[in-house]
Write a protein that binds this ligand. Structure first.
Ligand code: ADP
Ligand code: ASP
Ligand code: MG
Length: 440
């Protein structure tokens, strides 16, 4: 069985949905995971913000602003009046639901229900379209089997059991459609896998059913060697190992959700990145296979905060680092980079929800300096320890960029440097010229 995920742009209009229907209409059992139509989740986020700020008229203004996208899509997507009517009815139902929140008390539960609407809408319309085209398919409600536990971690065992039950109801069906991004939490409430989470859904579903392959269909022909949003001349990478892809996803390559490679890696399910606008392009194959000792790609992770703890006591004394790490553990703040000297330790986090509390506790151990608005530039490849020359190529390229921290040797796949946000583009361009030899 295969899992095919289509992102927001891939289902962003009636034309795109029709193209997706063509791509998935081939023999064999498969689960198709859809995102919300592009721009929708951003709008839903704006609606929830307005409601939190008790601005109901602003919220209903945004609801009204979003609706025409769906009405217009229906007009071009469906041919028959019967399906135009069905489409309009379901859209009315969902928009009435969105409009209903403008009066009442608003909490995180309601927020999550609003954010789920994008994927519920796109899958409902796509399913109707297949029906109108007489392509048999089954709409599987993701809320029946996608689940996170009390720590917000995916509950793979639950998903495995419940998805198997859903699939067993349709032994002869070949084409299943489901929502990316949305799930239930440990209390059974509607929740989600955070922004960009449909990739994570696809990988979790792939792991849950031991899929032969997970395909992530998007608007670009695979993982590129550098961030195409900042660097004009980038190229797709044919193959990556799970570890290399996981590093790139975690450190800012937006094409993949930060955690989405982990479930696939766990079950050894290959992940293929493909382009909906250019289906014949080879894309990127992510698999177990190691793929040569070279620098493959760079990515940048934004909004990093660096915290430096300078101790007057013996910093490296036994147990000191543990005490520091425990502070971050207590506040569930993952640490991305760390460097030490005899008198100080610097580390970075991206979740600043509890920054004030973290600083107060760290001050028990020494003086604490905090700098926000930093960027981690992550250079990924297969860096064999007995080879030399990687570091010199990287740092020679970055000679004009002030570097704040360096991390080398943590894994054989990653060299990271921390720089101020203002140097991000310059650093990515410099690496393209210096490491990848693209001289533009
Ligand atoms: P989708 O809506 O299909 O999930 P996303 O916008 O989340 O698509 O991800 C695709 C985008 O990721 C591309 O359009 C590209 O701008 C961006 N991107 C960032 N870094 C990379 C990279 N290294 N390789 C390819 N795309 C990247
Ligand atoms: N629709 C969600 C988002 O925009 C999930 C996704 O597209 O992956 O974040
Ligand atoms: Mg995405």
């Amino acid at each position: 069985m295969q899992v095919l995920k289509f992102g927001g742009t891939s289902v962003g209009s009636a034309e795109r949905m029709k193209a997706v229907a063509k791509l998935v209409n081939y023999p064999g059992r498969k689960i198709v995971v859809l995102s919300a139509m592009s721009g929708t989740t951003d709008q839903l986020v704006r609606i929830t913000k307005a409601l939190f700020e008790q601005l109901p008229s602003e919220a209903s203004r945004i609801v009204k602003e979003l609706e025409p996208l769906y009405r217009d899509t229906i007009e071009t997507l469906f041919t028959t009046n019967e399906y135009k009517k069905k489409g309009n009815e379901i859209v009315t139902e969902h928009f009435n639901f969105l409009a209903s929140f403008t009066q009442d008390m608003f909490t995180h539960n309601e927020e999550k229900s609003i954010l789920a609407e994008g994927e519920l809408l796109s899958t409902a319309l796509f399913h109707y379209y297949l029906e109108e085209q007489k392509i048999p398919s089954v709409l599987l409600p993701a809320l029946n089997f996608m689940r996170i536990d009390e720590n917000g971690e995916p509950d793979l065992e639950y998903m495995q059991e419940h998805l198997a039950k859903e699939l067993a109801k349709y032994p002869h069906a070949e084409l299943f459609i489901t929502q990316g991004y949305i799930c239930r939490n440990a209390f059974g409430q509607v929740d989600n896998l955070k922004r960009g989470g449909s990739d994570y859904s696809a990988s979790l579903i792939g792991a849950a059913i031991n899929a032969e392959e997970v395909q992530i269909w998007t608007d670009i022909d695979g993982m590129h060697n550098n961030d195409p949003r900042y660097v004009p001349d980038t190229y797709p990478i044919a193959e990556l190992s799970f570890d290399e892809a996981a590093e790139l996803a975690y450190f800012g390559a937006k094409i993949l959700h930060p955690y989405c490679i982990l479930p696939a890696k766990k079950k050894n399910v290959p992940v293929r990145l493909l382009n909906t606008m250019q289906p014949e392009a080879k894309g990127t194959l992510i698999s177990k296979a190691a793929s040569g000792d070279e620098i493959k790609a760079v990515a940048a992770k934004d909004s990093i905060t660096v915290i430096k703890i300078k101790s007057t006591r013996m910093l490296m004394a036994y147990g000191f680092l543990r005490s520091i790490f425990e502070v971050f553990e207590r506040y569930k703040a993952p640490i991305d980079m760390i460097t030490t000297s005899e008198v100080a330790v610097s580390l970075t986090i991206d979740d600043v929800t509890n920054l004030k509390e973290i600083i107060t506790e760290l001050e028990m151990y020494g003086t604490v300096d905090v700098e926000m608005n930093q960027v981690i530039i992550c250079i990924v490849g297969d860096f064999l320890a007995d080879k030399h020359g990687y570091a010199v190529r990287i740092f020679d390229s970055l000679k004009d960029v002030p570097i704040r921290m360096i991390s080398y040797g943590g894994s054989k796949n990653n060299i990271s440097v921390l720089i101020a946000a203002e140097y991000k583009k310059e650093a990515l361009l410099a690496l393209n010229r210096g490491v990848f030899k693209i001289n533009k």
